[in-house]
Design a protein around this ligand. Structure first.
Ligand code: ADP
Ligand code: ASP
Ligand code: MG
Length: 814
């Protein structure tokens, strides 16, 4: 004997029911019992009709019509025309009775739990009847039984307790006598000893199947549903979740108790007692292996088997000085809750006994607050206990696994993963069996927390980085191309899965939860909504993805003012925009401190020397205890390009123009030529070396005539360069006369920084600097005479983009 249970989606319509028939027809057992749910969604629809009629809302009639149409259509599609009329009239007659019940509720304007159970039981009654008739017309040897004659419960409605003695006897008797190979019965519905209709709780068809399987000593219980087993996390929320091949009863029970809806929690108990295995299978992919649930699971090496969560949790805390050392307070607290039939999902008590905190369903919170306050009225009046505190909009997230107890560090890993992603943990609980570690978190953080934990515990360390990119100019476009090219390599070799979720330029912005396809991001972006940097941030924050990184590829001061919002919400920032780090020291300091407080890296390697690892090296020197004595550097790829190409055969104006056109200067070339850009860079290096400096502290003797410095647009600036060509030529010939080359040098020593054009003699480290190269000499306590030198291309969109990329990978490895 086998028991097969088919859930709501599996029997939602004629097409699905025909798949069910194929599965049943292929069942190898001599006899099978088929337990079915109501047609998918019908239980909710029935409850909705009941609710409307109890509120005297005529709308219940429309809902009833919908219920009728669903069932009649299903019959018409499944049953041959000549045989339809008997079945249709039986269904119509049942629906007439249902209509009477709803009308009754409408007239009184009220619904009792008993009437509600009576109404809702039509779902399973009708579905099981239709399916058994269909099986018969498909030449299967099938019969039907009304489960209410088999499953007997107490008188409690909506989640009745089963009387196993009577139920088992009923089942044994019925199934030993039935002449049919297949019996179809509805799940969920039952009746009380006095004959009133009851139900086993939402999702209870699984339980019906388990009760019957245990009663008849079935070989196996199969739960056929719409997913291929019990997954490592709810597959609707975690795309990477996988079916768990083999799991123990206890693990399955914990997972379902903590929200894995695929199995109704009480289901395990009856089959566990008999040692009957459960298989969870997918009706739509019967070839998938699914999940096997048995006494022991044989995947010994695995510790965490699944992560589940329960939404709609509220915390109820009882606190007060009068609780310490007084026995009986918790007993009374739990008694009051239990008398009100409020089930407690999680309990913690501080070791000081100063407070007890329980997690309960949000639905029960108002009632709970009221009854607990009145139960402790005497103590509250005397100030021994405070009014009970309720907190809502929470969820429980739980790691489950039999072998967790023999491993240290799992809770540490769980909490640090949540912490890194700015998921605040309100309460922690660990079952004495150590089969489960649970944490109460904000409901809004559930998806992020599940995915972050899933990544940590199940995805062979594949880490997903979610990028939100602003700016797609020279650097931005190159960056996106590099991400597109490297995606596969990074996934395979560095276990980093990089996705661009949001993209914006100054005109439009787009978001795609699944990642923007990078092959044609231009078109996608062009069709986006109007850009707005505040809305962009709000969207990033609201998406609340783990490992979110904001990437600023602009040179905009406005954009740089948004970094604190990102960092303050644990969203990392990577930027090639120098404005933030060279703004007032207090702002720089605040950003650094936000990054530390919220565990969100703030990286700006490309602020100095494009892709060259200058800041990173500096950080390592300092972190390892070295001290910076002096920094000497040529930090402007643009000025280097200009002075390397400028000579008596070219004009200064033309060389600057060329540098601008080839992307070697800032969009406003005056920023480079005036030395402001170099000032910003040496300022950042000085700050990163631990010095508190402002841009105004930096000495800058500009080589540009005052008139050029005073221009306020690019055209005037270039015109002034042409006008002063003779002055520039003189700089050149003076240097050549001394066998020197012109280099724009930045220097920092003893707390003072300066920038300016210098004539560099032959033999100097700077003399042979080619093209747009940069060079930095770090004189430190460990490198006092021979400085540490970093040299290479220091400007250009490609190297800058790769520097941004490197920062992102640093975060990936963080
Ligand atoms: P049925 O109607 O077949 O009883 P349910 O809707 O009750 O199906 O349960 C199946 C659903 O449970 C899945 O579609 C999935 O969304 C949800 N679910 C939640 N957690 C898990 C999990 N860990 N593994 C599998 N499914 C889960
Ligand atoms: N039909 C009932 C429900 O939706 C029982 C079940 O499907 O398991 O809750
Ligand atoms: Mg279910």
């Amino acid at each position: 004997m086998q028991v097969l249970k088919f859930g709501g989606t599996s029997v939602a319509n004629a097409q699905n029911i025909s798949l069910v028939k194929d599965i049943v027809a292929n069942c190898a057992a001599d006899n099978c019992i088929i337990i079915v749910s109501a047609l998918g969604g019908i239980t909710d629809t029935l409850l909705n009709a009941a609710n409307l009629s109890s509120k005297q809302d005529e709308g219940y009639k429309t809902v009833l019509k919908e219920i009728e149409t669903r069932h009649l259509d299903t019959v018409k599609s499944l049953i041959p025309v000549h045989a339809q009329s008997t079945i249709l009239s039986k269904i119509k007659s049942e629906l007439n009775t249902l209509e009477d019940l709803l009308e009754g509720a409408f007239l009184i304007g009220e619904i009792t739990p008993q009437l509600s159970d009576k109404i809702v039981s039509y779902g399973e009654m009708l579905s099981s009847y239709i399916i058994s008739e269909y099986f018969q017309h498909q030449q299967l040897d099938a019969g039907h039984v009304d489960s209410r004659t088999l499953i007997i419960t107490n008188e409690v409605n909506e989640k009745a307790a089963v009387n196993f003695k009577i139920t088992n006897a009923n089942c044994k008797k019925f199934f030993s006598k039935t002449p049919h190979k297949i019996i179809v019965a509805g799940g969920f519905v039952a009746s009380s000893e006095s004959g009133n209709p009851t139900t086993l709780g939402r999702g209870g068809s699984d339980y019906t199947a388990a009760i019957i399987a245990a009663a008849v000593d079935a070989e196996i219980l199969q739960i056929w549903t719409d997913v291929s087993g019990m997954y490592t996390a709810n597959p609707k929320l975690v795309k990477q979740a996988k079916a768990i091949p083999h799991i123990s009863y206890e693990e399955a029970m914990e997972l379902s108790h903590f929200g894995a809806k695929v199995l109704y929690p009480p289901t395990i108990q009856p089959v566990l007692a008999k040692g009957i295995s459960i298989e969870i299978k997918n009706t739509f992919k019967p070839e998938d292996k699914g999940t096997l649930i048995t006494k022991n699971q044989n995947e010994k090496g695995k510790t965490v088997r699944g992560i589940s969560h329960v939404e709609n949790i509220a915390l109820l805390s009882l606190e007060g000085p009068g609780m310490v050392g007084i026995p009986g307070i918790s007993k009374r607290f739990f008694e009051v809750l239990s008398q009100a039939e409020i089930s407690v999902v999680l309990i913690t008590q501080a070791s000081s006994e100063h407070s007890i905190c329980v997690g309960i369903s949000t639905d029960d919170i108002d009632k709970a607050v009221q009854i607990v306050n009145s139960a402790f009225e005497y103590e509250i009046e005397r100030g021994k206990i405070k009014h009970v505190i309720a907190e809502q909009n929470l969820a429980i997230i739980a790691l489950v696994g039999d072998n967790m107890k023999s491993h240290q560090g799992l809770s540490g890993k769980m909490f640090s993963t949540l912490g890194k992603n700015n998921v605040n943990i309100r309460v922690i609980a660990q079952g004495a069996s150590e089969r489960n570690i649970s944490a109460v978190i904000k409901k809004d953080d559930v998806k992020k927390a599940l995915n972050a934990l899933h990544e940590e515990f199940f995805e062979e360390n594949i880490k997903q980085l979610n990028l939100f990119v602003m700016g797609v100019g020279n650097v931005g476009a190159k960056f996106l191309n590099q991400v597109c090219q490297q995606k596969k390599y990074l996934k395979e070799n560095l276990k980093l899965n990089i996705r661009v979720i949001g993209l914006s330029n100054s005109r439009t912005m787009v978001f795609d939860d699944g990642g923007i396809p990078l092959k044609n991001w231009e078109d996608t972006l062009a069709s986006g909504e109007k850009a707005n940097k505040e809305h962009f941030f709000e969207k990033v924050n609201q998406l609340n993805y783990r490992n979110s990184i904001f990437v600023d590829n602009t040179a905009s001061a406005d954009v740089s003012t948004t970094y604190n919002s990102y960092l303050g919400n644990s969203i990392s920032v990577v930027t090639c925009n120098k404005i933030a780090c060279s703004s007032e020291y207090s702002n720089y300091q605040e950003l650094k401190s936000l990054a530390r407080t919220y565990n969100a890296p703030f990286l700006f390697e490309t602020n100095v020397g494009a892709g060259l690892p200058i800041i990173d090296t500096l950080k390592h020197l300092i972190a390892s205890g070295d001290k910076i004595l002096k920094i000497q550097a040529v930090l402007s790829g643009s000025l280097n390009f200009v002075f390397n190409n400028f000579n008596d055969q070219t004009s200064f104006h033309d060389v600057v123009k060329q540098a601008q056109e080839e992307g070697y200067t800032e969009p406003d070339p005056k920023i480079d030529l005036s030395g402001v850009d170099v000032m910003r860079k040496i300022l950042i290096l000085a700050r990163e070396s631990g010095n508190q400096l402002e841009i105004s502290d930096i000495e800058n003797k500009s080589f540009l005539p005052q008139e050029s410095l005073d221009t306020d647009n690019n055209d005037d600036f270039f015109a002034s360069l042409a006008k002063y060509e003779d002055d520039f030529q003189k700089l050149y010939t003076d240097a050549v006369a001394k066998e020197s080359k012109l280099k724009y040098v930045a220097q920092f020593e003893e707390g003072k920084a300066s920038v300016g054009l210098q004539e560099i003699p032959k033999g100097h480290d700077f003399y042979n600097l080619e093209g747009s190269d940069n060079i930095v000499l770090f004189y430190t306590e460990r490198y006092p005479n021979q400085p540490m030198i970093i040299k290479g291309a220091g400007a250009g969109a490609d190297v800058t983009a790769s520097g941004i990329f490197a920062d992102i990978i640093r975060i990936g490895n963080f």
